[in-house]
Design a protein around this ligand. Structure first.
Ligand code: HEM
Length: 367
């Protein structure tokens, strides 16, 4: 778990300036910066000649970053690949029709992509010279659905060869998975590029674990530019999918007699202990109320203290998120609207400047 409060680099921050040519200095008497095409005047005014060389250097650096970065836009493929979105949706719909769990798997993949060095498709890379993210602690024997993304990417390649990144295919597939399971839909901002390499260390460091307390969860999401409210809404993704006993055994055991202060319904805890038996890999639904429908059942379960993971129940344990959890439990539409907005924001982080990027043909390896 990474509690560092670094300001993440977002694709969207690049939007305003990415289409503009570099700033130029014009020797005006009033000493202002002037943009030749937009005529927009900089807020920066010179006060005498104070530190002008440092200001010039800083602005040169900022304008360089701006023009080298790419913008995300909901219209990115409108001309480049109009057939893209129906192609991805069909591939995801086929997978979900064959196996309901495929939808949860794809949503899970998108979260684990975006929280590790930005949304760059790195989670999809097989191990190369260096160990990839697939084998990281939070991912190994857990993430699945890679073949769903392969199929969606194949459909994208058939429609528009070499044009669509794996990171964008994953972002679209996650949106489609949610709506196919009965949840909200939203316009996906697109134009991501794929990383050449994945980082196991970064995956181990950045993904919050199921034993996390509320402060750690808030910090992990804040480190990605997401608020506590975003975090609670996004945790509602656990309205679908399954978890292995290894991730909730401690909570179920602590629940015997309500031990260790774990807020868990005693009957539910007994059910979980029974379901687990001795097998770490045995599965239980993350949403005890409506396991396979994307609705607000997860929040209703939290209010009944039937959250599966310790980190789930932390959202409703007498802390800052209780009121929001109650609201989502009461009002599914409210949850759906917040979830959609938070998913857009979760999809914004870009890889660090200077990261080599490309549009991978095969999501499992660099070109
Ligand atoms: C708040 C912090 C979070 C923690 C601590 C957490 C932790 C976990 C854990 C431990 C599992 C079970 C993994 C396994 O047993 O293999 C899981 C599953 C899942 N998570 Fe999260 N998660 C968090 C947030 C999110 C977010 C933000 C999303 C998506 C937006 C998400 C989507 C999912 C899905 C869909 C599954 C089920 C996957 C499947 O059935 O294959 N999680 N999560």
């Amino acid at each position: 778990m990474n509690g560092h409060r670094i300001k993440p680099r977002h694709y969207r921050y690049q939007h305003a300036s990415a289409t503009l040519p570099p700033l130029q200095f014009i020797p005006l008497a009033r000493c202002r910066l002037h943009h030749p095409r937009s005529q927009a005047r900089s807020l920066l005014k010179c006060s005498a000649m104070a530190a002008s060389s440092r200001v010039l250097a800083l602005l040169a650096a900022v304008s360089f970053l701006a023009v080298t970065a790419e913008a995300l836009s909901t219209k990115y493929y409108d001309k480049r690949c109009p057939a893209l979105q129906p192609a991805v949706r069909s591939a995801v719909a086929r997978a979900v029709a064959a196996d309901t769990n495929a939808g949860a798997a794809v949503l899970h993949l998108f979260f684990h992509d975006c929280f590790v060095n930005g949304c760059d498709g790195s989670v999809l890379l097989d191990d190369g010279a260096a160990p990839g993210e697939k084998g990281a602690g939070p991912n190994a024997n857990s993430l699945r659905g890679y073949e769903v993304i392969d199929a969606a990417k194949a459909a994208a390649e058939a429609a528009c060869p070499g044009a669509v990144s794996c990171a964008d295919v994953l972002a679209l597939a996650a949106r489609d998975a949610v709506s196919l399971l009965g949840g909200p839909s939203w316009n996906v901002r697109l134009g991501r590029k794929d990383a050449h390499a994945a980082s196991r260390d970064a995956a181990n460091a950045n993904l919050p674990g199921p034993g996390s307390g509320l402060p750690a969860l808030v910090a992990a999401f804040r480190a990605k530019g997401l608020s506590a409210r975003d975090m609670t809404a996004l945790s509602g993704a656990h309205t679908v999918g399954r978890a292995r006993c290894s991730t909730f055994r401690a909570r179920a055991s602590a629940g015997a007699g309500g031990g260790d202060g774990e807020a868990i319904n005693a009957t539910f805890a007994a059910q979980l202990r029974g379901a687990c038996g001795g097998a770490d890999g045995a599965l239980a639904p993350l949403d005890a109320v409506t396991p396979d429908v994307f609705d607000n059942g997860y929040f209703r379960a939290l209010v009944e203290r039937r959250g599966l993971l310790h980190s789930d129940q932390e959202l409703f344990s007498g802390g800052s998120q209780d009121a929001l959890v109650r609201r989502y439990a009461r009002d599914g539409a409210d949850f759906a609207a917040d979830f959609a907005k938070a998913m857009v924001r979760m999809g914004d982080p870009a890889p660090a400047p200077g990261t080599p990027l490309e549009v991978r043909v095969n999501c499992r390896r660099p070109n």
